[in-house]
Design a protein around this ligand. Structure first.
Ligand code: NAD
Length: 491
């Protein structure tokens, strides 16, 4: 019996108005294992109506901050109780190793806990003035948030948006990717179990068009937060612009990873492997362009290739598995097209390549000698494909790293303290990791430069986006105001 994932609207799991569904695949077994509701424009409108009502008439935006934080912690508790189920859904749905899905669930729980506490404990600002007034700031909820998320971290990316949105008193409609509807639909149901008021978290399933596009175009939506490809991000921004909804866009990447000749090579190899092969390279932050200093090039490459070849590949539910298939046939075809183009462009595949046995599997792949104009060098592949170049000087490394339309993140490995700070500051990227990768503090800004996005989220950056900051100007000394106005009249 195949499972069914409906929409979650107004506190209930419901099918599409017209009863439409689509198939949900398991990329490891290449079997259909579930069906999901195919959202139409009417379903999108229904979900926004529910969020609108919950915001305009429901208790959520009017709850005190401590009560709201407590409710969100309750949801986090319920998620912890269902951690295995959530992780199982993500692994079944997109093929990532189960241990990594459990890691994503833990991070999703901490997204809720962090933003619950962050809004509960936040302070506004006070601006003392010379005129006999002071002004203070207030951060009120913005309204209805439309959130659209991708398939590579199905639960985690959705919660990264939902958690700050609801913590700041908004209500939301989340549209997960059509490739991975499962865990987010369960999350919507867990919100009901955790007693969140109906309509605070609505889940709209379906494809980008019509479900996603109708959602972001709805003029009853006050904020649009989107994670996905740069191409879709441009459509989303244009659509939101028609009703002047502010957007936050977290888009594609082509991360540079620079290994200097004084790097700790054990550490650099370990993180270089994680950076491009974790989640089978399906990470916006992947270190897909690797630049290695000439003096350590041969040694680094020998170790890097050995580590890449040593990754245990297999069934994502096998605890030994570190590396598995790509998330869908469509994505496998896309990654394969890049790998197949390498020879034609004059590049060399040192290890890896496509597994030609019908599975949707591309081995950890390392490529050299590609011209800097080749598509595999310039475009986001979003798979386990690393393009390597050598460099001789620090300037050359910085120039190579910055020579991209993307600017989501970069990494650098060096034991030279001054160089670490100097190069970090010259890299055009939203996040720079020095001697590490993937470490996040939820208070810090997260986002990208150029084609990698618009805006930042995290900590107070999320607060700015998900609220309407208000300036309240208080008169505290009328006499002083009259003196100051008098003076300004004299000028
Ligand atoms: P995608 O752009 O194809 O789809 C993302 C989401 O947008 C899906 O839910 C999809 O249904 C929806 N969508 C598609 N067309 C739409 C439209 N016209 N209007 C509204 N919604 C629409 O991206 P994807 O393939 O799911 O995800 C991979 C991409 O996401 C990669 O480029 C990756 O780098 C990026 N990503 C970025 C970050 C980040 O934080 N910067 C994180 C994860 C993934």
């Amino acid at each position: 019996m195949r499972q069914f994932f409906g929409h979650v609207i107004d506190g209930e799991e419901v099918p599409s108005v017209d009863g439409g569904t689509f198939e949900v695949w398991n990329p490891w077994t290449r079997q259909v294992w579930a069906d999901a509701a195919e959202g139409t424009a009417e379903d999108a409108a229904r979900a926004v109506t529910s969020a609108r009502r919950a915001f305009d008439e429901g208790p959520w935006p009017r709850l005190g901050r401590a009560a709201r934080a407590a409710a969100i912690h309750r949801l986090a508790d319920v998620m912890e109780r269902h951690a295995d189920e959530l992780a199982t859904l993500d692994t079944t749905n997109m093929g990532k190793p189960y241990a990594q899905s459990m890691h994503d669930v833990a991070r999703s729980v901490s997204n809720f806990r962090f933003f619950a506490d962050h809004q509960r404990d936040h302070c506004g600002e006070v601006y003392p003035m010379d005129t006999g007034h002071h002004t203070y700031s207030e951060y009120g909820p913005a309204g209805v948030v439309a959130a659209v998320s991708p398939w590579n971290f199905p639960l985690m990316m959705a919660t990264w948006k939902i958690a700050p949105a609801i913590a700041w008193g908004n209500t939301c409609v989340i549209k997960p990717s059509e490739d991975t509807p499962a865990s987010v639909t369960l999350l919507g149901k867990l919100a009901i179990e955790a007693d969140l008021p109906p309509g605070v978290i609505n889940v709209l399933n379906g494809h980008g068009t019509p479900a996603g596009s109708s959602l972001v175009a709805d003029d009853r939506v006050d904020r649009v937060t989107f994670t996905g490809s740069s191409t879709t991000g441009k459509h989303v921004m244009a659509s939101a612009a028609a009703h002047l909804a502010p957007v936050s866009l977290e888009l594609g990447g082509k991360g540079a990873n620079i290994v200097f000749d004084d790097a700790d090579l054990d550490n650099a190899v370990r993180w270089a492997v994680e950076a491009i092969f974790r989640n089978s390279g399906q990470i916006c932050l992947a270190g897909s362009r690797l630049f290695v200093a000439t003096p350590v090039y041969d040694e680094f490459m020998a170790r890097f290739i050995e580590a890449a070849e040593g990754l245990t590949t297999g069934d994502p539910f096998d605890p030994a598995t570190r590396f598995s298939s790509l998330a869908s046939k469509r994505h496998f075809d896309k990654v394969s097209a890049y790998v197949n183009g390498v020879d034609l462009d004059g590049g060399k595949v040192l290890t890896g390549g496509i597994v030609e046995d019908g599975r949707w599997l591309v081995r950890p792949t390392v490529i050299t000698d590609l011209p800097l104009t080749a598509p595999a060098y310039r475009e986001e592949i979003f798979g386990p494909v690393c393009v390597v170049n050598r460099f001789d000087t620090e300037d050359e490394a910085v120039h190579l790293a910055n020579d991209t339309r993307y600017g989501l993140n970069a990494m650098l490995f060096t034991e030279n303290l001054s160089r670490a700070h100097r190069v970090a500051s010259r890299l055009r990227a939203g996040t720079v990791w020095v001697n590490c990768f993937f470490i996040r503090d939820l208070r810090t800004p997260f986002g990208g430069v150029g084609d990698s996005g618009v805006g930042r989220e995290g900590g107070t950056f999320s607060r700015e986006f998900f609220t309407e900051p208000k300036a309240v100007v208080m008169q505290i000394d009328r006499g002083k105001q009259e003196v100051v106005s008098d003076r300004s009249r004299q000028r």
